[in-house]
Design a protein around this ligand. Structure first.
Ligand SMILES: [Mg+2]
Ligand SMILES: [Zn+2]
Length: 178
C-alpha cells in the first residue's frame, strides 16, 4: 500500500494560537483533541508533514534551534503516545525577505518532497489561515480550514470555496479517516 501524506499547519491547528509567538515549551498547548487527532492519523497510516511560518526566528525573538526544541517537545508528547511526525518544515523568514517558503508560497512543501522523495499533490492540507489554504491550492493539495486559531476570522472573510471546513483538527481527522 502506498503511503498517505497529510500536511498540517502548526499554530492555531495543533496548538492554541496565542496570537503571539510560541517561544518556549510552556507556550505550547495542544488544541482540544489535537493530540488524539494526530495519533489517529498516524494509526490510520498517514505520514504527517508540518509546514509552519515562524518569522519570530528572523525577528531574532528565538533561534532556529529554539524553534526546533519546541517542536521536539510537542512531538515528544506524540511519540510518548505511540505516534510520530515525519517531517517539520519551518520558514524563518519575514514577509519583506520575499523568500520562496513563507506560506502561501509552496517552498516548504517542495523542500519536504525533495527531502523525502515523495509528492504531496492531492494530499489534504489543514490550516487556519488564508495563507494555508492558498498554499494548499497552489501546490495541488486539498485545502481544509479549521475554525481554531485564526480559523473563525478566516471563515468570516473570503476564502477559497473548494476548502472543506471543520470545527477543529479532531473533527477534520474524524472525517478524513471515516
Ligand atoms: Mg496557523
Ligand atoms: Zn521562508
Amino acid at each position: 500500500m502506498s503511503k498517505k501524506y497529510i500536511v498540517l499547519d502548526r499554530d492555531g491547528v495543533i496548538n492554541v494560537d496565542l496570537f503571539d509567538y510560541v517561544l518556549k515549551n510552556e507556550d505550547f498547548q495542544f488544541e482540544n483533541g489535537s493530540l488524539e487527532a494526530i495519533l489517529k492519523l498516524y494509526e490510520n497510516d498517514y505520514e504527517i508533514i508540518i509546514a509552519t511560518n515562524q518569522k519570530c526566528i528572523n525577528l531574532n525573538l528565538i533561534t532556529a534551534d529554539g524553534i526546533k526544541q519546541i517542536n521536539d517537545f510537542w512531538i515528544g508528547k506524540v511519540k510518548e503516545k505511540g505516534g510520530d511526525v515525519l517531517h517539520v518544515g519551518v520558514c524563518p523568514h519575514r514577509d519583506e525577505e520575499k523568500c520562496d517558503c513563507r506560506k502561501p508560497k509552496t517552498g516548504l512543501l517542495i523542500a519536504a518532497e525533495k527531502k523525502l522523495n515523495i509528492t504531496l499533490e492531492g494530499c489534504y492540507f489543514i490550516g487556519d489561515k488564508l495563507s494555508d489554504l492558498e498554499c494548499a491550492i497552489a501546490h495541488g493539495c486539498k485545502p481544509i480550514l479549521v475554525k481554531t486559531g485564526y480559523g473563525t476570522r478566516t471563515y468570516e472573510s473570503t476564502f477559497p470555496e473548494e476548502s472543506l471546513v471543520f470545527e477543529n483538527l479532531k473533527s477534520a481527522v474524524d472525517w478524513i479517516v471515516s
